[in-house]
Design a protein. Structure first.
Length: 208
């Protein structure tokens, strides 16, 4: 399938190498997650629909464009929260709706514990934000929720994906584009990405 987009950008590769380092402390880790969130969102939003608009400049009228779509950010709690600020720097009008999922450590299946979406969709495009696409369970479950909500266009934005998680998301939702900083080798027996960067939530919030 052709809906997987690892970033080719040198800045993304550089920042990801620092993020992976076991010696990178939580403050720096959070900063890098925010910066990578902005860079990856820049790449993920190149096909957003635009509307023409006339803008008055000091020298005359300019033919310009503005976004024609309302954008929603769906960070998967808790690790996805770190990506929001970076996206907001680019799209300050984006709405943020939280979905809480945790992975059962025995079954590796997602368990939903928080969902405050309104009855009707308020946005036309959703960016699902989660640093790690490991087993793919949380991503698939979140997209399931958003489609039941009625959202027509959904993209996944994350830092690192494992082949297993990418395949799971592609099979369940082949219409969802997947934007990542890198695709890694495999999952270990505990469902962690190898070589990965460890637990993205623990490393952001200093709870490792």
């Amino acid at each position: 399938m052709t809906n997987i987009y690892p970033s080719p950008h040198p800045l993304v590769a550089h920042k990801l190498s620092i993020l992976r380092d076991v010696n990178t402390e939580p403050k720096k880790f959070r900063q890098l997650v925010r910066e990578l969130g902005a860079l990856l969102t820049y790449e993920a939003t190149t096909d957003l629909q635009m509307s023409p608009i006339d803008v008055q400049t000091p020298m005359g009228t300019a033919k310009c464009h503005e976004l024609a779509m309302k954008i929603g950010l769906i960070p998967i709690l808790r690790a996805g929260l770190g990506l929001v600020e970076g996206v907001w720097e680019l799209i300050p009008t984006a709405e943020v709706w939280h979905i809480g999922l945790y992975r059962d450590e025995k079954t590796l299946q997602p368990v939903e514990y928080y969902n405050k979406l309104p009855v009707e969709p308020t946005v036309s495009v959703c960016l699902v934000l989660d640093p790690m696409l490991a087993t793919g369970g949380s991503a698939v479950a979140t997209v399931d929720i958003l489609k039941r909500w009625g959202v027509k266009r959904i993209k996944f934005v994350g830092l690192i994906g494992a082949p297993e998680g990418i395949k799971a998301l592609q099979i369940a939702h082949p219409d969802v584009d997947i934007h990542l900083a890198a695709v890694d080798d495999h999952l270990n027996e505990k469902g962690y990405i190898v070589p990965g960067l460890g637990d993205a939530g623990d490393r952001q919030f200093g709870t490792a």
